[in-house]
Ligand binder design. Structure first.
Ligand SMILES: [Zn+2]
Length: 247
């Protein structure tokens, strides 16, 4: 019986040891298949639809979600004692990054209408800032796809036209550490764009004091998407907690 080269029958038989290692013959691939870029069907159309939707959202002048049509009662319009205590939480929660330029007299906290204005201003600033971040964000994704995240540089700058720079110092939050960084923004690259270019998202639209790693935010989003309803876990945890405290 003829033994074809490359087949198992052509291997020399052995009664001891492991014999000769048999490998499958490599199949020659056509260059046409391996060198032609793959075009994912429907991708261009999907991108076009998303861009149209974004354009529609941006062009809509819908009601400001931070604007409450309810007119404030006279007791709230003036800085009464009740007013001074109500907005303590929202004042802390706003992040306060963009409030650095607002002069606040320590003994007289700003009244509720002022806070509404601050929130509305910040909302408008985010609305105008977000569209300028799309291109740098896509470029960052394209640049870092499938690669390990590079270590952060202590000084961030990407000026192409040697214009006058503005120095901003802030804290960058990564997976497991904080790092103070210095950002040199200028007319051609804004501060948020520069942060996005370096994989950081600002915590405020114009004067951030902190920036969070895009990878960390993406991981948080993935966790949020996959996390189940934790009501039972919370109930059991509360039960254990109060049991240990003797209730
Ligand atoms: Zn510049």
């Amino acid at each position: 019986m003829p033994r074809h080269p490359g087949t198992r029958a052509s291997q020399p038989s052995t009664s001891h040891g492991i014999g000769q290692h048999f490998t499958s013959p490599r199949r020659a691939r056509t260059r046409l298949k391996s060198s032609t870029p793959v075009i994912i069907p429907g991708r261009a159309r999907k991108r076009e639809l998303l861009l149209n939707r974004l354009q529609t959202l941006l062009s809509q002048r819908g009601p400001n979600p931070l604007h409450h049509p309810r007119t404030p009662s006279p007791s709230l319009a003036v800085g009464t004692e009740q007013d001074q205590t109500v907005d303590t939480f929202s004042a802390d929660f706003d992040g306060a990054d963009d409030h650095a330029n607002i002069e606040v007299v320590p003994d007289q906290p700003p009244s509720r209408p002022v806070h509404r204005n601050i929130q509305a201003n910040q909302y408008q600033k985010w609305r105008s800032t977000i569209p300028t971040l799309i291109e740098p964000y896509l470029a960052y994704l394209e640049h870092t796809l499938g690669k390990p995240v590079p270590p952060p540089a202590p000084i961030l700058s990407n000026c192409q036209m040697s214009c006058e720079t503005k120095k901003t110092e802030l804290v960058a939050l990564y997976y497991d550490y904080f790092q103070p960084i210095c950002v040199l923004s200028c007319q051609c690259v804004s501060l948020p764009q520069l942060l996005i270019h370096n994989g950081l998202f600002p915590t405020a639209p114009s004067q951030p004091r902190m920036a969070v790693s895009i990878e960390l935010l993406a991981f948080y989003q993935a966790l949020f998407e996959r996390s189940c309803d934790a009501v039972n876990a919370l109930a059991t945890a509360l039960n254990s907690h109060y049991s240990r405290q003797g209730f």
